[in-house]
Write a protein that binds this ligand. Structure first.
Ligand code: PEP
Length: 250
């Protein structure tokens, strides 16, 4: 019923040539991944235009890592949702914890980004998750609820049906400290409950991905949980073998 998705967030990694080798490796090995698993890669902006065609021919989705919260105009250095759509980008990661933390992206800004992405037919991969201090204070449920209610719950039912959620506990990102499958499942189930409060049974169709040091060793148990529909993968998406091994964990 829900789409199984494994998305690779390359962050600010790979020169153009390195990125080209990486997508070649992913495309070559893709046949070993079950056909009902959607693979998506999110390279840096500079690579998107040239990678869109080979990835789409191979049946791999292409995502940006961010987009502007304005439609167009005098915003030096920004990339709009319309620009991404014009080069056949299909998805856009929005609200990654690194954007929230280092670039001051608030829930209000993220709502603008999500709405613009949807306006231009990009599928948002909307990231939420608590920091270590919030987990230690037992506030993980409160934090994700606020992140959902201020952004996702503001969408129409039609737009909600298009969105992908990624739960990424900040303490697990790039730290090598994966959440246990029980910890992740508990929050994923809670996220679905919060979404049901606004959107009812439609929330049963929402793919909720886990992110945070997910790798070939930890993916099988995580992906076997009832509310975990795949992964948003950072470090392990930079090696074709590891990315494909994670995607083969279903
Ligand atoms: C991420 O940044 O989205 C992520 C999950 O990173 P990592 O897998 O490296 O923890």
């Amino acid at each position: 019923m829900r789409n199984k998705i494994v998305a690779g967030n390359w962050k600010m990694n790979t020169t153009y040539d390195e990125g080209e080798n990486l997508i070649k490796g992913i495309i070559e090995k893709k046949s070993t991944v079950k056909s009902d698993v959607t693979l998506i890669v999110a390279p840096p902006f500079t690579h998107l235009c040239c990678f869109a065609e080979p990835l789409q021919k191979a049946g791999v989705g292409i995502s940006a890592q961010n987009c502007a919260n304005h439609e167009k105009g005098a915003y030096t250095g920004e990339i709009s949702a319309a620009m991404l759509a014009s080069i056949d980008v299909q998805y856009c990661i929005i609200g990654h914890s690194e954007r929230r933390e280092y670039y001051g992206e608030t829930n209000d800004i993220l709502l603008e980004k999500v709405k613009l992405a949807l306006k231009y037919n990009l599928t948002p991969i909307f990231c939420i998750g608590e920091k270590l201090s919030e987990r230690e204070a037992g506030k993980q449920f409160e934090v994700v609820k606020t992140q959902l209610q201020t952004v996702v719950s503001q969408l129409s039912a039609v737009d909600f049906a298009k969105i992908i959620i990624a739960y990424e506990p900040v303490w697990a990102i790039g730290t090598g400290k994966t959440a246990t499958s029980a910890q992740a499942q508990e929050v994923h189930a809670y996220i679905r409950t919060v979404l049901k409060e606004t959107f009812g049974a439609a929330a049963d169709n929402t793919s909720i991905l886990y992110g945070g040091s997910c790798n070939p060793a930890t993916a099988p148990e995580l992906f076997s949980q009832p509310d975990i529909d795949g992964g948003l993968i950072g470090g392990a998406s930079l090696k074709a073998d590891d990315f494909i091994a994670v995607a083969s964990a279903f």
